[in-house]
Design a protein around this ligand. Structure first.
Ligand code: FAD
Length: 443
């Protein structure tokens, strides 16, 4: 009787799971294993909101495995050592795991390789649609610009979608721990897990996406990001489904999934970009903890910025357009270090992802892959454009709910009680301009 271990990481699903599929095909019995590694917490990946979501994911995965005749083994400790223990208990010959892109994932894989040697099988097409490093421009190890990456990504072969195994045999007597997590920080978190993710995908209308994805009040994006982050849903399966459906909405959605892959391949090649400028401009960031705190609290005096920050606190999630605006405001208008903002996002986002978060922050800050690093998003013009009715602001900033229509974006003209803007509207680009010679007028 041969036994293999399917070591789950950010692929907490049965459908289209190359790791589970390979472990299941390679041996008579499979031990589905998840290890909560304290180093994950040390690396800042684990925040209460994500741990709460993770705990739903693990419960759901266990329930699905039980329906297939198996169950999930959960352990806490260093991944390689815990996996070795389980392998010894189960008499497992091989270990299957997905390739990751972060410095932490690289270290984990190295350590697993030291322990298991060629009994370790790493599957690189689990996390992203096109594995990091699979497509490269001539003479470079990764793409630094999205448009050519996207072109190559569309032409690259995408692997076929794998069915969920119907029956999984698992050896008896492998003990599992009960993980107890602290409660979430945000009161309105989504429910985690593969079933919740598939249900959300089924109900969501991709056809309307192209027209409404930037409309803040419509809130009509997929909200699939936490399910993608934990791998409750496979990016490959979502892409294949959308391409099959076709149409502008599906095309626009697939483009966003390509952005996700893009940031992953950047981080895989440059793991230090999680903390250091990808392309430094030698910024001399302004320092002001009082301003940083006003931004975190959603009290900048700019209702569109404050609305985004309050949505983040309440839901552990923020609309993409609001992420762009709040990040631009912090890094370009207040000219505070992008790491301050990225750390705050990571402390709350239920989809908080080291590749996607840090590299989007760098993109907005102008230290990353944006080909127009000097663009400054003007929060007032952006509010008029992406929240023309003011409904998004009224939803998240209830003390301004009495202000009608778009007047809500400029409360200083109408309401003396709201905090005044921490940087004057005419100075929104001033700090960033200092030392930056050429600037557009702001968008
Ligand atoms: P949809 O619009 O429905 O898009 C579908 C999927 O495509 C998303 O679920 C996501 O996986 C991917 N995607 C969408 N936009 C992007 C993007 N710009 N870059 C990479 N992938 C994208 N996304 C995260 O998943 N985790 C993060 O930690 C994160 N931090 C961000 C920080 C900043 C400063 C910015 C500007 C963006 C960040 N994003 C992050 C990207 C984006 O805002 C979210 O993925 C999106 O808002 C999630 O909502 P959705 O699932 O409804 O997205």
């Amino acid at each position: 009787m041969t036994v293999s271990i399917a070591l789950f990481t950010q692929d907490l699903r049965l459908h289209d799971n190359p790791v589970l599929h390979a472990a299941h095909t390679a041996a008579d019995q499979v031990v589905p294993l998840f290890v909560l590694d304290p180093a994950v917490e040390g690396a800042g990946f684990a925040a209460p909101n994500r741990l709460a979501f993770l705990s739903d994911c693990l419960a759901d995965l266990d329930a699905s495995l039980r329906r297939a005749g198996s169950r999930l083994t959960v352990r806490r400790g260093a991944t390689a050592e815990q996996t070795a223990k389980v392998a010894a208990e189960a008499g497992a010959g091989t270990v299957h795991v997905a390739a990751g892109v972060s410095a932490f994932a690289h270290r984990r894989e190295e350590r697993l390789r030291e322990v298991f040697g060629d009994r370790l099988h790493v599957h690189d097409a689990s996390l992203t649609v096109v594995p990091a490093g699979r497509i490269t421009p001539a003479g470079r190890d990764h793409y630094a610009v999205f448009t050519p990456y996207h072109r190559a990504w569309r032409q690259a072969p995408h692997r076929g979608v794998l069915a969920a195994p119907r029956v999984i045999r698992t050896p008896d007597g492998i003990g599992s721990e009960n993980l107890v997590f602290r409660g979430p920080l945000s009161p309105s978190l989504p429910h985690g897990g593969e079933r919740a993710g598939r249900e959300l995908r089924r109900r969501w209308d991709v056809d309307a996406y192209a027209d409404v994805h930037d409309d803040l009040a419509a809130d009509a994006t997929s909200r699939l990001s936490p399910y993608l982050h934990f791998g409750c849903l496979s990016a490959t399966e979502l892409t294949a489904g959308a391409l099959q459906r076709g149409g502008p909405g599906a095309e626009a959605f697939v483009r966003q999934l390509a952005w996700r892959d893009f940031h992953h391949q950047v981080l895989a090649a440059r793991p230090d970009a999680a903390h250091r400028d990808y392309r430094t401009r030698d910024d001399r960031w302004h320092r002001d903890e009082r301003e940083a705190e006003a931004w975190r609290q959603g009290r900048t005096g700019y209702p569109i910025i404050d609305a985004g920050m309050r949505q983040l606190a309440e839901e552990g999630w923020m609309h993409n357009r609001a992420r762009l605006l709040t990040a631009s405001f912090l890094t370009k208008s207040l000219y505070l270090d992008w790491r301050i903002g990225a750390a705050h996002f990571l402390s709350l986002l239920v989809d908080g992802d080291i590749a996607v978060n840090q590299l989007n922050w760098q993109w907005v800050a102008g230290t990353g892959t944006d080909t127009r690093p000097n663009r400054v998003l003007n929060p007032l013009r952006q509010a008029d454009r992406y929240d023309p009715t003011g409904d998004y602001v009224r939803r998240w900033v209830p003390e301004l709910a009495h202000l009608p229509g778009p007047s809500v974006h400029r409360p200083w003209l109408l309401d003396g009680d709201y905090p005044p803007p921490i940087v004057a509207p005419e100075d929104l680009t001033a700090r960033f301009q200092h030392g930056r010679p050429v600037l557009g007028a702001g968008e």
